[in-house]
Structures are given as structure tokens and as C-alpha cells.
Design a protein around this ligand. Structure first.
Ligand SMILES: C=CC1=C(C)c2cc3[nH]c(cc4nc(cc5[nH]c(cc1n2)c(C)c5CCC(=O)O)C(CCC(=O)O)=C4C)c(C)c3C=C
Ligand SMILES: [Fe+2]
Length: 417
């Protein structure tokens, strides 16, 4: 990793830099955003020109339950470090770098002859900027290269092709997935650059997709690029009991002990055929989702956050039986434990070879059990009318590691216990 490049700081040197960083953080006007009140805190801090900060240490990685922020980058990587020792050093370096970036502070001075220790993209002082860095592992990490085959999370596997998928395998799976998320693009890009710089000899980029979330237009939940509010009926991330039932994996008979506090992450890069979609009448669009485009209200109601009433609409006269929300969550007894924590981002990839817009959704969802939740729901959605207007092209299944509990801990340590 870093010692391969004479310009890059060693891990030990990097840790020395941390001391300055921590001191610097205390002098910034940072707002430590509690997870529950994080969205208003982040918005207020942003308006005031100060930066939100999410606590790096804890039983869980902060990026899982933090509110969706405006900018994200997902990077899938393959590990090139050798053996358990090489992987250990890589994970420690990722942890140390993420700890510094999400805390903020002054980068280490290396003297005038060496290249600077930081790109300077954020100026002389690194702002936390509402950054979270979430590290997840893919099934291929457990293939035997690192002696980890016996501790693989039991449900982790490469992502299969579903009917109607058009997966480009070059943008699927990977040993690791890193998700950077922050209030602004420059904070995300800075984070990506610094983590890749520190780990250049230990891992290789496999695919990357950048995304964004819209501000409320005009209020409530952000909109996707089909113009619908996306995230309205999500599960309540501030409900700790619910998160224990639906998001956090638990070590025990079915899972290795180290997975406690982690979560299965489904990522789907789903292209939207926006040129076709924009020619569909509003009535038909709303019937496909089961919600009003303007307000986000279910077609059985009038305000965004009221529940759809399927019991009053058994034949689908208001919300068709094939509507996206009705198929995804029929709200029938026995389907409650299929719910998942969705975190959707829009992407704009420019144009394709035919001159069509390459836009879509980076669908991400955290699950306690990827089979019981994401896979079950995805199978139900196979024949929904919306499939004519979308094309899943990439993604994968990953396991978001439990959090680093303190400054001596590192992400993934439990796998080696
Ligand atoms: C397998 C899971 C899901 C995939 C893949 C998925 C893709 C997808 N979704 C939208 C737009 C919307 N989805 C909405 C709700 C919704 N979607 C899923 C699951 C998947 N969606 C669930 C579980 C739900 C919640 C249903 C409920 O509980 O009522 C909505 C409505 C607003 C909301 O609640 O978020 C929209 C809009 C797109 C465009 C898309 C693929 C491109
Ligand atoms: Fe959906």
C-alpha cells in the first residue's frame, strides 16, 4: 500500500498526521450530527457555511443510518494486496484515512520538497462536510486468497441476472465496495482521491458510479429522474428496534460471530429509458408507481406520508395490483420482514453510443438477510409494467462491515479474530 510509493505517507506516518487532524477538527465550526436529527442539522449547518460531521466510531458504520446526502460515489475494487497480512494492512489504511476524512482537520505537513500529503481540493484544512465512508465486502473476498473462506457471511454471493436485466459484468460485484457520501461533490471527490492515493498498491478500481440526491422539490422526499418522490415509504432509520429486525445482521448459528452490527448491501445500477418515459401520459405513469407524481401521495389518498389503503381497494381500482409500490410491499401479513432500508441516488452518465441519455437510479438497500428481503422483493417486481422503462445494468451484493469502535479498532478486524 502506501509504503510502495515513496511519495505516500507510511501508515505510521499517517497516524502521526491524525493528531494534528483531531486538534484541527476541534477548531472547525463542525456540527456533530446525531443520526436522528441529522437531516435538519446538516441542512442548517450547510446554510450557515459550516459542516456536518458524523461520528466515525461506533457499533455500526455511520453511513448506513445517516440520512441520504446530496452527493455520492460508489467504488467497487479488487484487492491486489497479498495474503492476510496484506489485506489487514489495506483495511487498516482505509480505516485510518476514512477516520481522518470524516473528522476533518489539517493535513500533515511533509516539508517543501515532498508532494503535499493532501490534494488540497478542499483548501488547507480538510472539512468533514457531512462525509461518510462506508466499507463493504463482496463474496469474492472470501475465495481463499486471504484465508477467510470459513468466515464468509452466509448469504453473501455474486449478484445473479434477473429476467429483464442487461447486466454488464464489468460493472458488477468486486472484492470491496466503498461508498463516499457528503453534502457536496468536492468533499466526495476529495475523499475518493485520498483513499485511493493511500491504498494504491493494495487495491484496484473495478467500477465506479457517481450519484446525487435532489433537494426537496418543492418539499418532502427527493425525486428520482422519472420525476417521482423516491423514499417516501422507507422504514424509519431512527427506530432502533426496527433496525435490529430489518437492517443489522446478527452473529449466531446462521452467521459467523463477526458479522454482528454489519448489514447486507444490495446495489443495483438501473438505467432509466428517459426518452420513452417522457412520452408516457401522467395517468399511466402514476398507475405504474401507484402514487401521484406531484405530491407523492398514494393513489388512495391525498398526502405524501399517508399509507396506501389496499384493504379498501382489493381489486386495484385505485392502485393497480401491478403498481410498483403494491408489488414491492403488498403490506400483507408475513411480508413485514421483507422490508429494507432503501437509499436511492440519481445518476447522469452522459450519453450512450446511440446518442441517448444515460440516466438512472443507483438503488441501494441495507438488509439483515439479502435473500429474505431484497431478493424476494426483486423477484416479485420482475413483471411489473415499469420494466419497459428501466434496464438494470450493474451492481452487486456486499456486506457492510460492522463499525470501528475506537481509535485502536479497524474495519474488518473481526474477520481475522
Ligand atoms: C427490489 C427492490 C426495489 C427496486 C430494485 C426498486 C427500483 C425502483 N424503484 C423506483 C421508484 C420508486 N420506488 C418506490 C417505492 C418502493 N420501491 C421498493 C423496492 C424497490 N424499488 C420498495 C420496497 C418501495 C416501498 C413500497 C411501499 O412500502 O409502499 C417509490 C414510491 C415512493 C417510495 O416509497 O419510495 C418510487 C417512486 C424506481 C424508479 C426504481 C428503478 C429504477
Ligand atoms: Fe422502488
Amino acid at each position: 500500500m502506501n509504503e510502495q510509493s515513496s511519495n505516500a505517507p507510511s501508515r505510521r506516518g499517517f497516524l502521526i498526521g491524525m493528531a494534528g487532524a483531531a486538534a484541527g477538527a476541534a477548531t472547525t465550526a463542525a456540527v456533530t450530527a446525531g443520526l436522528g436529527a441529522a437531516a435538519p442539522a446538516a441542512a442548517a449547518a450547510h446554510a450557515a457555511g459550516t459542516a456536518a460531521r458524523y461520528e466515525f466510531h461506533g457499533a455500526h458504520q455511520a453511513g448506513v443510518l445517516a440520512p441520504v446526502r446530496r452527493s455520492t460515489s460508489l467504488l467497487a475494487l479488487d484487492v491486489t494486496a497479498q495474503g492476510a497480512a496484506g489485506l489487514t494492512e489495506l483495511l487498516q489504511t482505509i480505516t485510518d484515512t476514512a477516520r481522518f476524512l470524516t473528522t476533518g482537520g489539517a493535513p500533515r505537513e511533509l516539508g517543501i520538497t515532498a508532494p503535499p500529503s493532501d490534494s488540497g481540493v478542499l483548501g488547507p484544512e480538510v472539512t468533514a462536510g457531512g462525509l461518510t465512508v462506508t466499507l463493504a465486502v463482496g463474496a469474492s473476498l472470501f475465495d481463499g486468497r486471504f484465508g477467510l473462506a470459513s468466515v464468509k457471511p452466509s448469504k453473501l454471493r455474486p449478484m445473479e441476472d434477473f429476467p429483464n436485466d442487461a447486466l454488464d459484468r464489468a460493472i458488477c460485484d468486486g472484492d470491496l465496495l466503498l461508498q463516499f457520501e457528503a453534502d457536496d461533490n468536492d468533499v466526495v471527490i476529495h475523499g475518493v482521491r485520498e483513499v485511493l492515493r493511500a491504498t494504491r498498491a493494495g487495491m484496484q478500481l473495478r467500477w465506479r458510479r457517481d450519484g446525487f440526491s435532489s433537494p426537496p422539490r418543492p418539499s418532502g422526499t427527493p425525486r428520482n429522474l422519472m420525476g417521482f418522490k423516491d423514499g417516501t415509504a422507507n422504514i424509519d432509520r431512527t427506530d432502533a428496534k426496527l433496525m435490529d429486525q430489518l437492517v443489522w445482521a446478527h452473529g449466531g448459528q446462521a452467521e459467523p460471530a463477526w458479522v454482528e452490527g454489519g448489514s447486507y448491501l444490495a446495489v443495483r445500477v438501473i438505467r432509466m429509458l428517459v426518452e420513452f418515459w417522457d412520452r408516457v401520459g401522467i395517468e399511466e405513469q402514476q398507475q405504474m408507481f401507484g402514487r401521484y407524481k406531484g405530491s407523492g401521495a398514494p393513489l388512495t389518498g391525498s398526502s405524501e406520508f399517508e399509507d396506501p389503503h389496499y384493504e379498501r381497494d382489493p381489486n386495484g381500482d385505485s392502485i393497480p395490483l401491478s403498481a410498483h409500490i403494491r408489488v414491492a410491499n403488498p403490506r400483507t401479513p408475513g411480508t413485514e420482514n421483507q422490508r429494507m432500508l432503501r437509499r436511492a441516488f440519481n445518476y447522469d452518465g452522459g450519453i450512450d453510443a446511440n446518442g441517448n441519455l444515460d440516466q438512472g437510479l443507483i438503488f441501494t438497500a441495507f438488509n439483515q438477510d439479502i435473500e429474505r428481503q431484497f431478493v424476494t422483493v426483486q423477484k416479485r417486481l420482475i413483471d411489473e409494467p415499469l420494466v419497459d422503462y428501466i434496464s438494470p445494468v450493474g451492481g452487486g451484493y456486499y456486506f457492510a462491515l460492522p463499525g470501528a469502535r475506537d481509535a485502536s479498532d479497524w474495519l474488518g478486524k473481526g474477520m481475522f479474530a
